[in-house]
Write a protein that binds this ligand. Structure first.
Ligand code: UDP
Length: 327
């Protein structure tokens, strides 16, 4: 059984990718220090409990498992936190990725699938963001991810590293079978916070800013279902294993939802009101991030299947109000 080393496999998106890999006949080997991930999420293959700063642990994992490819999810990924503690983002994300790439190449593993982000684009209001759009990040999270994209290109030229780079838009929803789902400690993401507010697990939801240059004044994001994203990763891996080379792909639906539209959809799905309060803008937030995904559709045959807003909210609610990780 071919093995894939999945950094961050205990995290939200990584765990869904592990499930998709296992379903497709691969053995996902999770490399995760459990600093933000969940031991209970590692259900589809073994866990190597270590961090990316630990080069010896990386070398040992490559030697033991001989993976055919790496999927690299492990990272600090919060826009707001990255504005308060940029050093952590540059150190952990960029140095961690460098260690991982060098360990992979030393072990002769040259296929790499990387989680990048629409946060690499910055604030380009009114533009549909696609692979040809220039990247001008406005927060340290986006900056650190763009640096890793550059690093992958450099190692491609010097060492033949082949990378599929996915620029995700906003990931949402949960495994439709509710085996795994989205849960962060602390939670900062809009949809789980909305569902927590409805269920009374926490107080009112604060809407960050209502004076953006958007139709209702709140930020617009392009939400994509985590299971659709996981299928894209499998398609990217398949492309690399078939010798078709790497590429950069944006993953979104092309339809933006404002914060208020997300709240309205959650009220429709749950039949309950969302307790709300207004707050200031969150530093680092772009007004509008909406994706063009024609390339992923054309080259990877990828189509989102569960990414309509109500399905994503219903799947997230079934998970959060159901099993969860730490109930
Ligand atoms: N947001 C909000 N209140 C919250 C959390 C998020 O208004 O308590 C907004 C946030 O400003 C952004 C959108 O919801 O415009 C999505 O934020 P999230 O943190 O889920 O994802 P991000 O866009 O940062 O990746």
């Amino acid at each position: 059984m071919d093995r894939v080393l999945v950094t961050g496999g205990a995290g939200y998106i990584g765990a869904h990718a592990c499930k998709a890999l296992a379903r497709a006949g691969f053995l996902p080997v999770t490399f995760d220090d459990l600093s933000t991930g969940w031991r209970e999420a590692v259900r589809f293959g073994p866990l190597v409990e270590a961090g990316l700063m630990d080069r010896a642990a990386l070398d040992a994992a490559f030697a033991e498992h001989r993976p055919v490819a790496v999927m690299h999810f492990a990272a600090l990924s919060l826009v707001g936190q990255s504005m308060r503690a940029p050093g952590q983002y540059w150190r952990v994300n960029v140095t961690g990725a460098l260690n991982l790439i060098e360990a992979a190449l030393a072990a002769g593993c040259r296929r790499f699938v990387f989680s990048s982000t629409c946060a690499t684009y910055g604030d380009q209001d009114g533009v549909i963001l696609d692979e040809d759009t220039p990247q001008y990040p406005i927060n340290a999270y986006g900056g650190s991810k763009r640096a890793i994209e550059d690093m992958l290109r450099d190692f491609g030229a010097s060492d033949g590293l082949e990378s599929v780079i996915f620029r995700y838009f906003n990931v949402a929803g949960a495994d439709p079978e509710a085996e795994i789902g989205e849960q962060h400690r602390p939670e900062t993401h809009l949809i789980p916070l909305v569902l927590d507010a409805i269920a009374g697990r926490r107080g009112a939801l604060t809407v960050f800013g209502r004076d953006y240059d958007t139709p209702d004044g709140t930020c617009i994001r392009d939400y994509v279902h985590v299971s659709d994203l996981a299928r894209a990763h499998l398609a990217g891996l398949t492309r690399l294993l078939a010798g078709q080379g790497g590429g950069v792909y944006c993953l979104g639906t092309g339809r933006g939802f404002s914060v208020r539209e997300v709240i309205a959809a959650a009220e429709k799905v749950t039949g309950a009101p969302v307790p709300l309060e207004e707050g200031p803008r969150r530093p680092g937030d772009a007004a509008r991030l909406v994706s063009g995904s024609a390339r992923a559709r054309a080259e990877l045959g990828w189509t989102p299947e569960r990414s309509d807003m109500e399905t994503m909210i219903a799947d997230a609610a079934a998970w959060l109000n159901g099993p969860g990780y730490a109930h």
